[in-house]
Design a protein around this ligand. Structure first.
Ligand code: TYD
Length: 177
C-alpha cells in the first residue's frame, strides 16, 4: 500500500527523494491497532527538524522519553505489552522493524524515517528487531517507568487483552489470524 503525501508534506518538505511508503499496514488496514503518525518536517539546507508537542499530535501527554541505541546486529528488544502505557516509537536514526500484535492479529512496521512515529496503544504486544547499525529508537511514553504495568508473558497479555475487550475498555480485534 502506498500512502500519498499530504498537503502538509508539500508545504513543509522540499526533499523530493523522500517518499511516504515505508510502512506496511495489514490488508485489513488495522495494523493490529497501531498507526503511523506523520510528524511535522521543517526541511532546511542546514539539516531537517521534526518536533513532537503535547496536546494535539498525540493522544497522550508525554511523561517519559527513552531511547535504545548501540543495539548489536541481530539483537531484538521488546517482547512485552503494557496494561496502560501508550507509546510513540520513532526511528530517530537508522531503521528497525516493529512487530505488533493485538492478540488477534499482527502487523510489521519498518521504521526508517525520523519523521514517522508508530503509535502503539495499550495492551499491544511488541517486538523490535532488524536494527540497522547506528540506529536510535526514540520512544515517547504516556507514563513513567512502572514494572507493574508490563506483561512479559504472552499468555498473560492475551488474557488481559480479552478481559479488556469483554469489558468494553478497548475495541474488538482489528484483524484476524
Ligand atoms: P525493557 O522495557 O524490558 O526493555 P526493552 O523493551 O527495550 O527490551 O527495559 C529493560 C530494562 O530497563 C528493565 O530492567 C527496566 C529498565 N527500564 C527503566 O529502568 N526505565 C525505563 O524507562 C525503561 C524503558 C526500562
Amino acid at each position: 500500500m502506498t500512502a500519498q503525501p499530504t498537503a502538509q508534506d508539500d508545504r513543509r518538505s522540499s526533499a523530493p527523494g523522500r517518499r511516504v511508503t515505508d510502512w506496511t499496514p495489514t490488508p485489513a488496514g488495522g495494523g493490529a491497532g497501531c498507526r503511523i503518525v506523520d510528524l511535522p518536517r521543517i526541511t532546511d539546507p542546514r539539516g531537517n527538524l521534526t518536533f513532537v508537542e503535547g496536546g494535539g499530535q498525540l493522544p497522550f501527554d508525554i511523561a517519559r522519553v527513552y531511547y535504545l541505541y548501540d543495539v548489536p546486529g541481530g539483537e531484538s528488544r521488546g517482547g512485552h505489552a503494557h496494561h496502560d502505557l501508550q507509546q510513540l516509537i520513532i526511528a530517530a536514526a537508522g531503521s528497525f522493524d516493529v512487530l505488533v500484535d493485538d492478540g488477534s492479529g499482527t502487523a510489521r512496521f519498518h521504521l526508517n524515517r525520523s519523521y514517522y512515529g508508530l503509535m502503539v496503544p495499550r495492551l499491544t504486544w511488541r517486538e523490535l528487531g532488524n536494527f540497522s547499525s547506528g540506529s536510535v529508537c526514540l520512544v515517547l511514553a504516556s507514563q513513567r517507568y512502572e514494572e507493574d504495568d508490563y506483561y512479559r508473558s504472552y499468555d498473560d497479555f492475551v488474557a488481559a487483552r480479552r478481559a479488556a475487550e469483554a469489558a468494553g475498555e478497548i475495541p474488538a480485534p482489528t484483524s484476524n489470524r
